[in-house]
Design a protein around this ligand. Structure first.
Ligand SMILES: [Zn+2]
Length: 388
């Protein structure tokens, strides 16, 4: 009897297992937002070795079949004086280029969608760069163009604070959306082929950006408000507006963004956590191990969030707006270790492929969600830039 049950189980599971094996052979897994570069500059973190902390390195990337990453460069406006914003963005971009060059056998810098395809086919990881927040370009479209030449392929219009271009979701409302300068910025980004990222900005700013952009936009790391009603997530109406113009919502893996109960605990403790971290960070050289221990202590207070909740967010956008309009924007290495159970680092992406198979998605749709949607938007932005 036991054997019969086992046999029945095997026969129902075999096709799914076959599909998983076949998909993992050549699927492009493309993550729109991973924040590792700051660790290169701050603590000499190296991608070559496997680590028990942080969420990305080459050995784990290989295990997880990760094919391409848009690495985030940032200087949170509240953490740095304004004169450090631009240098900090440049320093982390330089560190990213250096780290990619130091690991030529495993990764290569990508500037175009065609680069991503070629590098992925060659068995290496395609690394791209992105800027998190318009405050990083010092109000200069000239600086924006320099960043584009250096390989930056999307920019989030605002980070945690509103700036001269755009209101932030978590900042004060200054412009009621995008400013006139913000609309000019959108035009310039279209002209040079830099994707407009609408994560972090206010709902009204997202609508302004979509309306003014000639190319599809992305939300590089945003989750679904209908499932987890917290400030950083996107309401259905905004998701639909982005999708109608060909854009893509890349789901954020932050356990607190996926689940409201986890967020409430995180939010309640955030100030205490940040004060403890600040006390450690103020002593130079910074003891990063101690910083991570504080982050872990507060993460342990949060209720666990299973990776199946992450799949629900993906499924929600696919059902609401279509499988052409959802992708991955993990925010790994930018979420202080607050990952969902079963999706702890970049070695775990196959779990999502398996989950999507089990939820009834076709191979075509799984390929789109795991990477091809993001690649398409990148290519469409290049095409728009070629038009005069
Ligand atoms: Zn962010």
């Amino acid at each position: 009897m036991k054997n019969l049950v086992l046999l029945a189980l095997l026969t129902t599971q075999l096709p799914a297992q076959d599909r998983l094996t076949r998909l993992l052979r050549d699927i492009l897994i493309f993550d729109a937002h991973i924040d590792t570069p700051r660790y290169f500059t701050d603590e000499g973190y190296q991608l070559r070795d496997e680590h028990k902390y942080y969420e990305l390195d080459i050995p784990r990337m290989r295990k997880g079949k990760l094919g391409a990453v848009m690495f985030g460069l940032y200087a949170q406006p509240q953490d740095f004086p304004s004169e450090r914003w631009l240098p900090r963005a440049l320093e982390t971009l330089e560190a990213l280029h250096a780290e990619v060059a130091a690991n030529k056998q495993d990764m290569e810098f990508a500037y175009t969608a065609a680069d991503v395809e070629r590098i992925h086919k060659s068995g290496k990881l395609a690394a791209m760069a992105s800027l998190e927040g318009g405050h990083l370009i010092a109000d200069s479209l000239g600086v924006l163009r320099v960043f584009h030449r250096l390989g930056v392929r999307y920019m989030t219009l605002a980070h945690f604070a509103s700036n001269n271009f755009s209101d932030s979701m978590t900042g004060i409302e200054i412009h009621r959306g995008l400013s006139k300068f913000g609309r000019e910025l959108v035009g310039e980004m279209n002209r040079i082929g830099m994707i407009i990222d609408v994560s972090h900005i206010s709902d009204k700013a997202v609508l302004d950006a979509v309306e003014n952009s000639r190319a599809p936009v992305i939300a590089s790391h945003s989750s679904v408000k209908a499932i987890a009603p917290i400030v950083r997530n996107m309401p259905d109406s905004v998701i639909q507006t982005i999708a109608k113009r060909g854009g893509v919502i890349c789901i954020n893996f932050h356990a607190g963004y996926l689940d409201k109960a986890a967020y409430d605990v995180y939010f309640r403790n955030r100030q205490a956590r940040d004060e403890e971290i600040k006390a450690v960070s103020d002593k130079k050289p910074v003891n990063w191990e101690q910083v991570r221990a504080i982050q872990q202590k507060y993460f342990d207070k949060m209720p666990k969030v299973d990776h199946k909740v992450l799949l629900r967010h993906i499924d929600h956008v696919a059902k609401l707006a279509g499988a052409d309009h959802v992708a991955l924007g993990s925010d790994f290495d930018g979420i202080s270790g607050m990952t969902p159970t079963g999706m702890e680092d970049v070695s775990k992406y196959p779990v999502l492929v398996k989950g999507l198979i089990e939820m009834g998605y076709s191979d075509t749709d799984i390929r789109k969600i795991m990477g091809l949607n993001l690649l398409r938007v990148l290519r469409q932005n290049e095409e728009v830039a070629k038009q005069k």
